[in-house]
Write a protein that binds this ligand. Structure first.
Ligand SMILES: Nc1nc2c(ncn2[C@@H]2O[C@H](COP(=O)(O)OP(=O)(O)OP(=O)(O)O)[C@@H](O)[C@H]2O)c(=O)[nH]1
Ligand SMILES: [Mg+2]
Length: 231
């Protein structure tokens, strides 16, 4: 990696016209204030609203991803990214992109290959995370991952992550849905990537936004892939 790595910030996006401008602005001001070399890639999952148009007008690159699903969308965006360090986070306004410098620091310092933003700390805003996810789903799935795959994870469903491009290329991720988040951790453990977490918290999003997550169905899918990944 050269002295000043290029950081690609990838936003998986499906109809996020309300929150996308704020995310783009925060990424720009954070990276510029921190003096980072960066690009923004909006991975557009065939949005029917103005998301793609907003991204282009802002000057971000748009990677159109035709395969549906969160995992397919992130993977498509990361494939289009040109950076040495890949960062990705939801475009729904829930993740503090102001944490990007803290997230990439362990990779720049060559102390980690994969860094996850941990939401479960005093930076977590009240009401930002459903009770079941906060106190049951995420802690239990993280404990199972630690136990079965020996990766020191405490917030396995965190959606703001950074990884070295060469590390991502080793992972060969295939899950098109939300299980992508667990698959990345399982594969990272198998490939012995150096793993760290950084406290980032989570923001309360627009109260009128329809949540996509279905806790029991999605939790079950994560658990299946975590157990299956052992064999
Ligand atoms: N759920 C979902 N999100 C997608 C898809 N394609 C792209 N995305 C984007 O992926 C990110 C994560 O989706 P979210 O709906 O925020 O999922 P989540 O954070 O697990 O759940 P909630 O925020 O509680 O709804 C968002 O920026 C979405 O716009 C898709 O097919 N399904
Ligand atoms: Mg979200």
């Amino acid at each position: 990696m050269c002295a000043e790595p290029l950081i690609s910030v990838v936003l998986p996006c499906l109809n996020e016209e309300k929150s996308l401008p704020g995310c783009l602005q925060e990424i720009k001001s954070t990276c510029e204030t921190a003096g980072l070399r960066y690009e923004i890639v909006v991975a557009d999952n065939l949005s029917t609203d103005k998301s793609a148009e907003i991204a282009r007008q802002f000057g971000a690159r748009v990677a159109t991803v035709t395969r549906r699903g969160y995992g397919a969308c992130v993977q498509g965006g990361l494939s289009a990214a040109e950076g040495d360090i890949l960062v990705f986070g939801d475009a729904d306004g829930s993740y503090p992109f102001s944490e990007i410098p803290n997230l990439v620091a362990p990779i720049v310092q060559d102390k980690a290959d994969l860094v996850l933003g941990n939401r479960l700390n005093n930076k977590l805003q009240k009401g930002a995370m459903p009770f079941l996810n906060h106190y049951l789903g995420t802690p239990v799935l993280s404990a199972v991952l630690r136990w079965i795959h020996h990766i020191p994870v405490y917030d396995c469903n965190g959606g703001l992550r950074a990884l070295r491009k060469t590390a991502w290329q080793k992972l060969d991720l295939r899950q098109p849905g939300m299980e992508y988040a667990s698959e990345m951790l399982i594969e990272a453990a198998k490939k012995h990537l150096r793993y760290q977490e950084v406290n980032i918290g989570l923001r309360q999003t627009d109260a009128n936004r329809q949540p996509h997550l279905r806790p029991w169905r999605d939790g079950w899918r994560h658990l299946k892939i975590i157990v299956k990944g052992k064999f």
